[in-house]
Design a protein around this ligand. Structure first.
Ligand SMILES: [Zn+2]
Length: 345
């Protein structure tokens, strides 16, 4: 039986289009509400190679709208990308799902090979990074966002068409304010994801006929759609000029909250290598799980991951002050492992 028979019968796709989908690799930035729907729809449509990037673990408040995840994933404290991979492989066991339980960084976008990026992010700080790297590396992406009952979708090819900053000239302002949570209606997500995946499939099958710069907005309470033609701004401070700078990495030892989560991120000024961290955890009789690029363990009742890059994530911490205090205690306690690292160099 041909799994994609019903889609190949769709004239605009056909057998040739289906082959293009099967051969494509799509990077999904953010595997929350939008990302989890979008990943499963793309896979069902036949896109068999997905790259998932998201630093967060599944929590109870995700279940209202993040359709791939279950209460088991919450209880097992799974990374969203790992839980998503398991559920996606249950849909199609032949798929290739590469997972990165890390915040999206410039190196993901420059080092990994993909045909298209889907912006399923929840904050404009990271979107700004994606927009700038897309301009620099000349790749295209599909922007999508959901807030309250209002969603927006647009295909972005920043080199020749409007960039994210042309769409939002107040992008700098949005970067400051987007941590304020206004909530998201459950039924909005599949509508916006459906539009985003429609654009992605269209792009992968026939990129030439994609209408870049066509902004579609939807209000799922009033049930209204709107369609705008966004113009490329020749004075745009990003795509119209060359003198902007890439957003910098967060400064070291500064604890910051990842937007819309209770996860805190900090880049350690001095961090032990994973092998020394694991030895230290063993000495302290703290059990840990080791992955390729990081180790995860419990400290003062909270889950912690330390990556080999020196980035540390604290999960489920209620306040910033508490996160700072946990981090400082941990750093102090880890001194012996850090010193060992320095002397072994
Ligand atoms: Zn622009």
């Amino acid at each position: 039986m041909n799994r994609y028979d019903r889609q190949e019968r769709v004239k605009v796709i056909g057998k040739a289009g289906q082959q293009k989908l099967t051969a494509a690799t799509v990077l999904i930035a953010g595997v929350g509400a939008l990302g989890s729907y979008t990943a499963s729809q793309l896979l069902r449509a036949g896109v068999k190679h997905l790259i998932l990037i998201d630093p967060d673990v599944v929590s109870t408040t995700n279940l209202q709208r993040q359709a791939l995840f279950t209460e088991h994933d919450v209880a097992d404290e799974l990374f969203k990308v790992d839980a998503a991979k398991t559920h996606l492989l249950a849909i199609d066991h032949t798929a290739i799902i590469d997972v990165y339980p890390e915040p999206l960084s410039q190196s993901h976008l420059t080092d990994l090979k993909f045909d298209l990026v889907l912006d399923c992010l929840d904050n404009f700080r990271t979107r700004d990074l994606l927009n700038k790297v897309a301009l620099k590396q000349q790749f295209d992406y599909i922007f999508a966002s959901c807030a309250g009952t209002f969603g927006s979708v647009m295909a972005i090819s920043p080199t020749n068409h409007p960039c994210l900053n042309c769409l939002y000239p107040n992008l700098d302002e949005l970067k400051q304010t987007d941590c304020d949570l206004i909530g998201v209606n459950t039924a909005l997500i599949p509508l916006v994801s459906g539009l985003q995946v429609s654009l992605a499939l269209h792009y992968l099958v026939d990129k030439i006929s994609v209408n870049f710069g066509q902004l579609i907005t939807i209000d799922n309470w009033q049930l209204t759609f709107q369609n705008f033609k966004i113009k490329k701004d020749s004075y745009c401070p990003i795509c119209g000029q060359q003198n902007w700078t890439m957003p910098t990495e967060q400064s070291s030892d500064q604890v910051t909250m990842l937007c819309g989560t209770q996860t805190y991120s900090v880049r350690m000024s001095r961090s032990p290598r994973l092998i020394q961290l694991n030895q230290w955890l063993t000495d302290q009789e703290i059990s840990y799980r080791q992955f390729k690029s990081f180790s995860t363990f419990h400290w003062q009742g909270y889950s912690v991951s330390l990556f080999k890059t020196g980035k540390l994530l604290l999960y489920g911490v209620p306040t910033l002050n508490e996160a700072i205090s946990i981090y400082q205690n941990l750093k102090r306690a880890m001194q012996s492992a850090i010193i060992q690292e320095a002397t072994s160099r």
